[in-house]
Design a protein around this ligand. Structure first.
Ligand code: C2E
Ligand code: CA
Ligand code: CA
Ligand code: CA
Length: 279
């Protein structure tokens, strides 16, 4: 009776049926979007304590022909579930590396680092490491200017395999940062074993830093942890000057957020670097 009930729900709940159809449509649209180059990337600057741009995070967008621009929060999960994250992720990586090469001869832009988000299913794919090395070789990008952002929750999956893969890329010069830090449950013992360069404090803690003592305590702890592990700490979601002042006082190293710039097209990023400097 139970399974019949479940079937009945599946077949006769029009809302569920709609969701399934919507997802299938989105997948088909995404395949076509990849072929027809509807995806593009934006860049959100990362600044140091003086406000100089040291690099940017690469964030993907999708210009859907009928629905307009779709947020990655809406299509990345579908891309992960369908395997489309592999071709999409590789394209994003290629775009980032090509951008690094385009900047490489410019005295102002040639030292900018680019951080690329990597999904768990992408990182755990057996060919991921080879792909990254191949893209670096094909484009000629300097691996030391490429940073891969992994989330803390990814660590939980298969820590040992992850450390091996990270080290193989680290041997090539690639850097790593741990994204959304503070939201997962990574144990400090293997945090020490990961070849990381940066910890990114999740924006949920930065948001209420000035009003919620618990968030302030978490931010302070992450900065202290970063210092003791010799990692630079990046605060994301910095939206106002008071937050920035407070993070600076706490000894944070790098900052990212609407206070400095929203994610923008490459031309706008370059303009910002000229205004704000990039050293
Ligand atoms: P994330 O990696 O945590 O990226 C930071 C998100 O915070 C971005 O949203 C960014 O636009 C937003 N943000 C930046 N500064 C501020 C601020 O001051 N205030 C607020 N409220 N938000 C701020 P976005 O671009 O919509 O991306 C959402 C998520 O989608 C990302 O979270 C990441 O998990 C995923 N994503 C984006 N691009 C890629 C990609 O190329 N590959 C993969 N695998 N995931 C991506
Ligand atoms: Ca990120
Ligand atoms: Ca983040
Ligand atoms: Ca986040």
């Amino acid at each position: 009776a139970k399974s019949a009930g479940r079937n009945r729900v599946r077949f006769f709940n029009p809302q569920m049926q709609e969701e399934v159809t919507a997802r299938a449509n989105l997948e088909a649209d995404m395949r076509r979007g990849l072929r027809e180059r509807q995806f593009y990337v934006e860049f959100q600057p990362v600044v140091d304590a003086s406000g100089n741009v040291t690099g940017a995070e690469v964030l993907v967008r999708w210009r859907h022909p009928k629905k307009g621009v779709i947020s990655p929060a809406d299509f990345i999960p579908v891309a992960e579930a369908t395997g489309l994250i592999l071709p999409l992720g590789r394209w994003i990586l290629e775009s980032a590396c090509q951008q690094l090469v385009a900047w490489s001869r410019d005295p102002r832009l040639g030292r900018l680092k680019l951080a690329v988000n990597i999904s768990a299913s992408q990182f755990h794919h057996p060919e991921f490491v080879r792909d990254v090395i191949e893209v670096l070789a094909d484009t000629g990008a300097d691996p030391r200017l490429l940073e891969l952002e992994l989330t803390e929750s990814q660590l939980v999956e298969d820590a040992e395999a992850m450390i091996v893969n990270m080290n193989r890329l680290r041997d090539q010069g690639v850097r790593f940062s741990l994204d959304d830090f503070g939201t997962g449950y990574s144990s400090l013992s293997y945090l020490k074993r990961l070849p990381l360069d940066h910890l990114k404090i999740d924006q949920s803690f930065v948001r209420d830093l000035l009003v919620d003592p618990n968030d302030a305590a978490i931010v302070r702890t992450v900065i202290a942890l970063g210092r003791s592990l010799d990692l630079e700490v990046i605060a994301e979601g910095v939206e106002n000057d008071a937050q920035w002042q407070s993070l600076q006082a706490l000894g944070c190293d790098l900052y990212q957020g609407y206070l400095f710039s929203r994610p923008v097209a490459v031309e706008v990023l370059q303009q910002l670097c000229r205004q704000r400097g990039s050293d």
